[in-house]
Design a protein around this ligand. Structure first.
Ligand code: 6GU
Length: 380
């Protein structure tokens, strides 16, 4: 991966490209960073690169012909041209990951009021912002992007774990970190972390990450895959009509989807207890699905397996919560989860979830269940 930064303040980036982790990555040839002085492409005695903005209040704008000459000198076959500006699309980890797949990025740093819009229109592929505040120029946003890109290049950051375990992995915030001493100014490191028990440590970290995300950045939750942040297994429950056409084939598909999203088991119960034998007979070809006589037996079965009370998220309840709120409550609560379609148990801890609406009419159940699983356990 190669990055070229075109700037009127090259010395600002020079030390950055030579320092710390990015500097080491450049030195090792893992990432190429070239800094180009925009003034080298200026003409005339004054080496002018900017001029007053038309209709502005005295602000300056970088001139299109200077920018174009710089671009001609740095542009390769597959160069993506970037312009950092507070008016751009906000830079997210997703966008960084997409840009990391590019061969060559050329970042044009604006100053003063920015770049002439005609240059932007003709040559810029992406305008990005690093947040909702205004900086004096694009150099810091250029360094921000290079830093974020460099840690995705294999070999730049030590252990793979420190990349994937970080904030925004699976869309959740990072867990808090502690080091020695175990007690500092009367404050103790959480006992779980010093326990030496790997399972307990992992559980604490996941809970801490989930708690932080819920309280600080609930907006991240809609896109996050929350599977790893739940304490126990997730079961998929279905209340079915044993006489429905195509039932065995549909349930076999649902079982595949459940497995793909990391759920523990699919359990089916007939709508009427008397139909249990009929259900069992029809489902004999789909052994991966557990059949039980009723929804309450379904919850009992899972609770006996998990040794703790179950949280049931009952989908398809018209008076229920929007899925996002159901997801939030699911992460907030601990214990195993039953995601139940078509019924709600009468006892236990139940979160009722509204049926998903689709604008063009109803989805077949197999598709609806896959779509729901993706909202909870899909990777971004
Ligand atoms: Cl990309 N540029 C400037 N000048 N200010 C910003 C920014 C970019 N992102 C946030 N503020």
């Amino acid at each position: 991966m190669k990055v070229t930064v075109v700037t009127a303040f090259p010395e600002f980036l020079d030390s950055f490209a030579r320092t710390s982790i990015v500097g080491r990555a450049v030195e090792k040839g893992l990432i190429g960073v070239t800094v180009v002085d925009l003034r080298d492409f200026a003409q005339g005695n004054y080496r002018q690169i900017d001029d007053y903005s038309f209709g502005g209040k005295g602000g300056m704008t970088l001139m299109p012909e200077v920018l174009e000459r710089a671009l001609r000198s740095v542009r390769g076959e597959r160069t993506k041209v970037l312009f950092p500006t507070p008016a751009g699309a906000v830079l997210t980890q997703d966008l960084v990951e997409a840009l990391a797949r590019e061969e060559h990025l050329a970042i044009f740093c604006g100053h003063y009021e920015g770049l002439d819009e005609r240059f932007v229109e003709k040559y810029v592929d992406l305008e990005y912002s690093i947040g909702d505040y205004v900086l004096t120029g694009g150099e810091i946003p250029a360094m921000t992007l290079i830093d974020a890109l460099s840690r995705l290049v294999p070999g730049v950051v030590g252990k793979e774990r420190s990349v994937t375990g970080d904030s925004f992995y699976d869309g959740m915030l990072d867990t808090p970190h502690f080091t020695r001493p175990a007690v500092w100014q009367g404050m103790e490191v959480p006992a779980e972390l010093t326990s030496g028990n790997d399972a307990q440590i992992e559980k604490w970290r996941k809970r801490a990450a989930a708690g932080r995300t819920l309280s600080r950045r609930p907006d991240l939750l809609s896109r996050a895959n929350v599977m790893d942040y739940l304490e126990d297994e997730v079961y998929l429950g279905l209340s079915v009509d044993p006489n429905a056409p195509g039932l065995a084939a549909d349930l076999a598909q649902i079982a595949l989807a459940a497995k793909a999203y990391g759920l523990a088991r699919v359990i089916a119960a007939p709508q009427n207890r008397e139909d249990f034998d009929a259900l069992r007979a029809r489902m004999s070809e789909v052994p991966e699905i557990k059949c039980v006589p009723s929804v309450s037996r379904m919850t009992e079965w899972a609770e006996r397996k998990e040794h703790v009370p179950l949280l049931t998220v009952a989908a398809e309840i018209p008076s229920g919560l929007p899925w996002m709120e159901a997801k939030r409550q699911m992460v907030e609560t601990s214990g195993p989860v039953l995601l139940l379609f078509g019924a709600a148990p009468r006892r236990g801890h139940v979160i009722a979830m509204r049926p998903q609406e689709t604008p063009g009419g109803e989805l077949p159940r197999t598709a609806l269940i896959s779509a729901t699983l993706d909202r909870f356990f899909g990777s971004r």
